[in-house]
Design a protein around this ligand. Structure first.
Ligand code: FES
Length: 139
């Protein structure tokens, strides 16, 4: 059994290892859809992108992001998932209906941090290359 905590709803549920997050939320009367999401949701087939949740704890206990999620969640931080595409393999804490503006800010900060890390790695490589002694030609 795994524990799923829904932060906004202040509700904890137990689920079987390998449970689908959307299914467990609905089974326990946790509303994961916004008003528009209720009208346009695809029923859990990964087609609409309306079942977005933010995993605030235990993200490593989930199945990896699917290609559908990568495509639909481009403007969301890596902590966001589509509940219908997410399999739970350990304890997690979930925020339902995460704020779009906050998500966008978080995603931009994440991208900036990634870019800075890549720049630092590139600089370190070039510094290391310039410190290496030039090869000498044997006479
Ligand atoms: S319910 Fe449509 S993508 Fe999850």
């Amino acid at each position: 059994m795994v524990n799923i905590k829904f932060v906004k709803e202040n509700k904890e549920i137990d689920a079987a290892y390998g449970a689908n997050l959307r299914f467990k939320a609905q089974e326990n009367n946790i509303d994961i859809y916004t008003f528009m999401g209720k009208l346009t949701q695809c029923g859990g087939y990964g087609q609409c992108g309306t079942c977005v949740v933010d995993i605030v704890e235990g993200a490593s206990n989930l199945s990896p992001r699917t290609a559908v999620e990568d495509r639909m969640l481009k403007k969301r931080p890596s902590s966001c998932r589509l509940a219908c595409q997410t399999i739970v393999n350990g304890p997690i804490s979930v925020v339902t209906k995460p704020d779009k503006k906050e998500s966008l800010k978080k995603a931009k900060a994440e991208a900036a941090a990634k870019q800075a890390a890549e720049a630092a790695a590139t600089q370190a490589k070039s510094e290391q290359a310039s410190e290496e002694p030039a090869s000498t030609v044997a006479e």
